[in-house]
Design a protein around this ligand. Structure first.
Ligand SMILES: Cc1ncc(COP(=O)(O)O)c(C=O)c1O
Length: 461
């Protein structure tokens, strides 16, 4: 996610008092500015760029500040709080773990870790036999890189090429940024690993007809890499962000199917990065299920705990056990508090049938966003919705070019009216409420989005 510095001069805004929203101060709130400034002074600026709201409390699908304001949350703190902010099951599991008095174990055994792992593996598809627990998504990516390389080198010493997609996001550490294949963002690395290559992303809008052969497109894209000297037998794995993040852009199904059969034929592994899309966000437990394929590894994060720093790589035992005892570790991984949150979060997900809820509510979301596109065909370039994940991709009606400024303005206006949207810094607005959001709050949030959209559109004319 890239960012923008939002204006922090308080604006007088129309007050809002509805069942789900309350805005009763200027926005940003004048009393919040000293804290925002302190963060600006002491924290590296790369952490910033989100909307200037000082969060005090977040409960289920609502966010509160200390000054009497309350927002409907369409962000889930960037796709983390799938089971709702401060889910009661998670809170009570954390309290119990705190009361037990075990806050850290590193690699020493704990009962809560065994309980969580057992529940996790049993909740996942059958190829998921073992997991490696970590703390952040980017660590899970690094772990998947290591496993794919170790697997490949075990087959043939030259089998170490990892194929990713240009523009995909897998995290901010070195390996993860190299996968992105972006010469500007990975400039700081200083060299290009010849064993990491990236395909162009198969944006669905590139197809000139609904009969476009995406399987053939994959073959042609792959041939381009092969023409430059890459040998198929030297590919150890593919890593796929399950949809391209900034615009929730899904791959054409036939493209992914062709990729998976190519990988199988050439004994390469397929890793799906489900860090953002996993745990019901898109109306299925995992995004790869939309494509009708079975990966070898999945990377999990964000919604895995709904709150605490927890991530995982999961796959077949044979691959997961490639690193020797002690040769893959992370001090804070599998922390008892994170495991307690992870276990309670999985229970909350199934107890409330949230994956199905996400699919059902996704239909409401889709209907409303498609109406918006129909109303503003000159402004909305693309709508993507699956489950409770959506993105509107926007263009300038005059030039047809991407319009990030319009997206920023809608996000800012929505904040002033009591709705938090995911600001991407690009020409997209993303939507991802907690899967627990009531239908009426979802509809109200969409009303606000439409209102803001219309106001920004009117000002732009
Ligand atoms: C698809 C994907 N992969 C990896 C990451 C990195 O996760 P983390 O920020 O926990 O390191 C993100 C974070 O936004 C993501 O969306």
């Amino acid at each position: 996610m890239s960012g923008k510095s939002f204006n922090v001069s308080p604006s007088r805004v129309v007050s809002q008092r509805t069942k789900f929203r309350r805005i009763i101060t200027s926005i940003p709130v004048p009393q919040s500015l000293s804290t925002l400034r302190r963060l600006g002074r002491y924290e590296a600026r790369s952490m910033h760029g989100q909307l200037p709201v000082l969060w005090h409390k977040a409960k289920d699908f609502q966010v509160y500040d200390k000054f009497g304001n309350c927002w409907i949350d369409f962000t889930s703190t960037i796709f983390v709080a799938n089971t709702g902010h401060a889910n009661p099951r998670v809170v009570s599991a954390l309290k119990k773990q705190l009361a037990q008095g075990l806050l850290h174990t590193y690699t020493f055994a704990s009962e809560i870790r065994a309980k969580f792992l057992e529940k996790l593996i049993k909740s996942l598809p059958s190829f998921c036999q073992k997991a490696f627990l970590l703390s952040s998504g980017t660590e899970a990516t690094e772990c998947a890189i290591k496993l794919m390389r170790m697997y490949g080198i075990g087959v043939n010493p030259e089998k170490k090429v990892i194929i990713s997609f240009k523009g995909n996001m897998h995290g901010r550490t070195m390996g993860a940024e190299m996968l992105r294949g972006d010469p500007v963002l990975s400039d700081w690395i200083g060299y290009k690993d010849p064993n990491m290559q990236a395909l162009n992303f198969p944006y669905p809008w590139l197809a000139d007809s609904s009969r476009y052969d995406w399987g053939l497109k994959f073959k042609k894209d792959m041939d381009l890499l092969l023409k430059h000297g890459l040998k198929p037998q030297n590919i150890c794995g593919f890593i796929i962000e399950s949809y391209q993040g900034w615009g929730a852009v899904f791959y054409p199904k036939d493209y992914i199917k062709a990729l998976c059969s190519f990988a199988k034929k050439n004994r390469a592994l397929v890793t799906f990065d489900e860090i953002q899309g996993g745990f019901g966000r898109t109306g299925k437990l995992f995004v790869f299920q939309h494509y009708g394929v079975t990966p070898d590894l999945i990377c999990l994060g964000k919604g895995i705990s709904g709150s605490l720093p927890l991530s995982a790589v999961v796959g077949r035992k044979k691959i997961m056990d490639l690193p020797q005892i002690g040769s893959m570790s992370s001090t804070h991984s599998a922390n008892p508090l994170c495991c307690a949150a992870g276990l309670a979060n999985l229970e909350a997900l199934s107890e409330n049938d949230l994956v199905r809820q996400s699919q059902r509510k996704g239909k409401l979301l889709s209907e409303r966003l498609l109406q918006l596109k129909d109303k503003y065909p000159e402004r909305v370039f693309w709508v993507s919705v699956r489950g409770l994940l959506a993105a509107l991709i926007l263009k300038d009606p005059k030039t047809g070019k991407p319009d990030a400024d319009f997206a920023n303005k809608v996000c800012e206006k929505a904040m002033q009216k009591g709705l938090l949207l995911v600001h991407t810094g690009r020409e997209s607005i993303k939507i991802g409420p907690p899967l627990t959001i009531p239908d009426a709050a979802l509809q109200e949030g969409l009303d606000v989005l439409e209102e803001c959209f219309e106001e920004v559109e009117r000002q732009a004319r």
